[in-house]
Design a protein around this ligand. Structure first.
Ligand code: NAD
Ligand code: TYD
Length: 352
């Protein structure tokens, strides 16, 4: 099985590539532009595997790089993860989000369509294009209810609006051209190799360094957390067995308030460094994020009942593993904190 992965040097993409190369034994081509969020160090464990190749390229470069990548690699499956992914960065500057998430997805869909058109009948019907998206396209929930595949789109941030646009393009390429597209919408991921601009790794590293833990607003916003390796398994399941034209929600039924997530991280660190605790004294409430969605929660029963996937980690086991991974892998995060992003507040602007 030949799988072209975009964004394979990112957080979820690298977990997926490690899974495909080491556990599934697929031939993998990782296409990634290596933006600030792309990091080949996350792929150290597979970089010299005979079934792994890397191509540094921008997915927006349709005419040259994408068409050539399809023609020379000849994939059976495309798993499209390349994106600008951080809500706060989309608030301060949406340009890259519009380019990569919308124009880039168009470029990749079109390159895939031309390649797919030229396949023989057997390969054509077996081909799949998995477009990887987020639950944030559905907008914000109140205290009750879950996102289902039929929930209307209602995105709040430039990030989620750009992902919503790309989901619509992907489905349109199926309905109009017949390209066998499948879409997945997943909740918040966490785990090893997570770029330290997102809540969980930022809190772990700030707490380790004795810096403030900035909780937006009152910390009552709820996210539904999924361990990244569970997501990687779900993505392969959907790409290999999902039905064309369908959407699948992915989530592990792990709703938590942000403030409770931060307290849990602090408690784990207190257990390791009792002399430096209590780490919760570092928690600081800061100005809220503009357009901050109150609650996300996923109903993953379609994926569970139709394709037999189930999350293996609970939040308790996953967060314990994650904190310990950061304690043991300073070689990975130290250069990022020093040279790429040192933890300053992102996504605030004057006038709000
Ligand atoms: P990430 O920001 O960690 O990684 C994105 C990767 O895409 C990076 O390696 C980057 O170099 C690459 N990239 C960016 N622009 C590119 C371009 N123009 N051409 C080629 N490569 C480019 O993101 P992530 O958290 O791993 O998310 C991966 C996908 O999953 C995204 O599509 C995101 O919307 C989706 N998603 C993320 C979450 C989450 O919690 N992180 C949840 C659900 C869905
Ligand atoms: P984040 O990790 O940015 O993911 P997303 O915005 O895609 O859900 O944020 C998760 C939650 O944590 C979100 O409600 C915003 C909040 N948050 C903080 O309270 N403080 C922070 O420093 C960050 C980065 C996020």
């Amino acid at each position: 099985m030949r799988i072209l992965v975009t964004g394979g040097a990112g957080f979820i993409g690298s977990a997926l590539v490690r899974h495909l190369v080491s556990e599934i034994g697929a031939e993998v081509l990782n296409v990634d532009a290596l933006t600030y969020a792309g990091n080949l160090a996350s792929l150290k464990s597979v970089e010299s595997a005979p079934n792994y190749q890397f191509l540094q390229a921008d997915i927006c470069d349709r005419a040259r790089m994408m068409q050539e990548a399809f023609a020379s690699f000849r994939p059976d499956i495309v798993m499209h993860l390349a994106a600008e992914s951080h809500v706060d960065r989309s608030i301060s500057g949406a340009d890259d989000f519009i380019q990569t998430n919308i124009v880039g997805t168009f470029s990749l869909l079109d390159a895939a369509r031309h390649y797919w058109d030229g396949l023989d009948a057997r390969r054509k019907s077996a081909f799949r294009f998995l477009h990887v998206s987020t639950d944030e396209v559905y907008g914000s929930l109140g205290d009750e209810g879950l996102f289902e595949e039929t929930t209307p789109y209602d995105p709040s941030s430039p990030y989620s609006a750009s992902k919503a646009a790309s989901d619509h393009l992907a489905i349109a390429w199926h309905r109009t051209y017949g390209l066998p597209v499948v879409v997945s919408n997943c909740s918040n991921n966490y785990g090893p190799f997570h770029f330290p601009e997102k809540l969980i790794p930022l809190m772990i590293l700030n707490a380790l360094e004795g810096k403030p833990l900035p909780v937006y607003g009152n910390g009552a916003n709820v996210r539904d957390w999924l361990y990244v390796e569970d997501h990687a398994r779900a993505l392969f399941t959907i790409a290999s067995r999902g039905r064309p034209g369908e959407k699948y929600n992915v989530g592990g039924r792990n709703e938590r308030r942000n403030i409770d997530v931060v307290h849990r991280i602090c408690a784990i660190l207190d257990g390791v460094y009792s002399d430096k605790g209590p780490h919760a004294r570092l928690i600081t409430n800061v100005t809220d994020r503009p357009g901050h969605d109150a609650r996300y929660a996923i109903d993953a029963s379609k994926l569970e009942s139709e394709l037999g996937w189930k999350a293996q980690e609970t939040f308790e086991t996953g967060i314990e593993k994650t904190v310990h991974w950061y304690l043991e892998n300073e070689w990975w995060w130290r250069p990022l904190r020093e040279n790429v992003y040192s933890g300053e507040r992102l996504g605030v602007f004057k006038g709000r």
